[in-house]
Write a protein that binds this ligand. Structure first.
Ligand code: C5P
Length: 401
């Protein structure tokens, strides 16, 4: 899933040679599951065909105020439909028209009607881009809150080399992603998450572990990222992969490694969620060589691991939100409430081993969230990805809004 999923993106194409790259832009947006509509200036059709763009966007492409059957292509409707409007390429002529409020084609009329953020990717020859009139037009648009993706440097269609190339489609998508991020509820927040099991070594080839898959923690990392946060994921051994390269992953093995990694990141974290299944005990000694099976019985002495969550609860500031998980088999609510207090948490997410759909290795979970004011909310069985959104949305409404 991407942050662009289900966003309505209106791509407006004007008549510059870079228009051929808009096909790639539309493809990238559709791949990220955005809804895409394309409008054009009449002359833009000389550079890229409406058929190409309608095929890629899966929507009809308009360039006139009236369709051939006489229907009015309502520019206001396009403008209202769009969550974001991208004018790419934006020629010197369209720039000038936008700066002056000219309204003689469908793209300009739609721009004037748009209440959503408007992004332009100017594209023109080097000297046109440098011209004082172009510069002052860009300044006017900037003042009018139009987002400008600066032209890039390189070879131009004229043969000149310099600034004026339309930003590459990938860069336009990145720019849009960053803009969307600013409107998301966790924008500016750092979320720290732990996931998976820990392995406690017995000897070089054996360990004590548990069946945690890491799915819940990885889903929380993805959901936090999609809600706009900067995310650090501290993961024990897990087959899961992070969905977005922007999520920082620190892989660890033992509870002690996890303790260090969590504390190293904790001061910077606004929200910390311990979804890991930390081993409570570790072998007192780790044998240097593989232990031989000479005896009929064997005793491994275990010592207690630090309770990471509790140690974070002891140093947390009032601005930091700390969330733990509780997997219980009986007296679930009472045990979870006790843990919440003992570990100084803001929320505890309870899943019961009595629920067949919850727990280790499962793709689904059924949770109840308890907070420190004694409030609790139970949710239906859902996929762990959906549960992650439920947890974060609850936290946002209870604490951040
Ligand atoms: O006390 P209990 O292990 O049931 O608490 C579960 C919560 O505490 C989980 O959020 C888990 O990640 C965390 N925990 C921890 N360090 C441990 C044991 C559990 O942070 N040693």
């Amino acid at each position: 899933m991407s942050r662009l999923k289900n966003k309505n993106i209106l791509v407006a194409v004007t008549a510059g040679i870079a228009a051929y790259k808009v096909a790639i832009l539309v493809r990238l947006l559709v791949k990220q599951e955005a809804q895409v509509k394309v409008i054009m200036t009449p002359d833009a059709r000389s550079f890229v065909t409406p058929l190409t763009l309608s095929t890629l966007s899966k929507n009809s492409v308009e360039w006139k105020f009236f369709s051939d059957n006489g229907d009015w292509n309502n520019h206001v409707e396009f403008a209202l439909w769009a969550d974001y409007m991208i004018i790419a390429p934006c020629t010197a002529n369209t720039l000038s028209a936008m700066a002056n409020g000219t309204c003689n084609n469908l793209v300009l009329a739609t721009y004037l009607s748009a209440k959503c953020p408007v992004i332009i990717a100017p594209a023109m020859d080097l000297d046109m881009y440098q011209h004082p009139t172009t510069k002052s037009n860009l300044e006017i648009l900037e003042k009018n809150n139009v987002h400008i993706i600066p032209s890039e440097s390189g070879e131009l269609a004229s043969g000149l080399v310099g600034e004026g190339r339309m930003a590459e489609p990938e860069h336009i998508v990145d720019f849009l992603d960053k803009l969307i991020e600013k409107d998301l509820p966790l924008f500016g927040k750092h979320v720290l998450i732990s996931a998976g099991p820990t392995y406690e070594n017995i000897d070089p080839v054996r360990f004590i572990g548990n069946y945690s898959s890491g799915k819940m923690g990885y889903s929380l990392a993805e959901a936090s990222y999609l809600l706009g946060a900067k995310v650090t994921l501290v993961s024990g051994p897990s087959a899961e992969k992070v969905s977005h390269k922007e999520i920082t992953v620190q892989k660890i093995t033992s509870a002690q490694d996890m303790y260090t990694a969590m504390h190293n990141n904790f001061l910077e974290a606004d929200i910390t969620i311990m979804a890991a299944a930390v081993a409570d005990y570790r072998p007192k000694e780790i044998a240097e060589q593989k232990i031989k099976k000479d005896d009929d019985t064997m005793i491994i002495e275990l010592v207690k691991n630090p309770d990471i969550l509790k140690s974070l609860g002891e140093i947390k500031t009032p601005d930091q939100i700390l969330v733990g998980f509780a997997l219980e088999t009986n007296n679930e609510i009472a045990f979870a409430e006790k843990k919440l207090k003992k570990k100084n948490l803001d929320f505890i997410v309870l899943n019961s081993m009595r629920d067949k759909e919850a727990g280790f290795q499962k793709d689904t979970n059924k949770i109840t969230i308890l907070d420190r004011n004694g409030e609790q909310k139970s949710f239906e069985t859902k996929s762990k990805k959906e549960v992650a959104f439920d947890i974060l949305s609850y936290l946002i409404t209870q604490k951040l809004s």
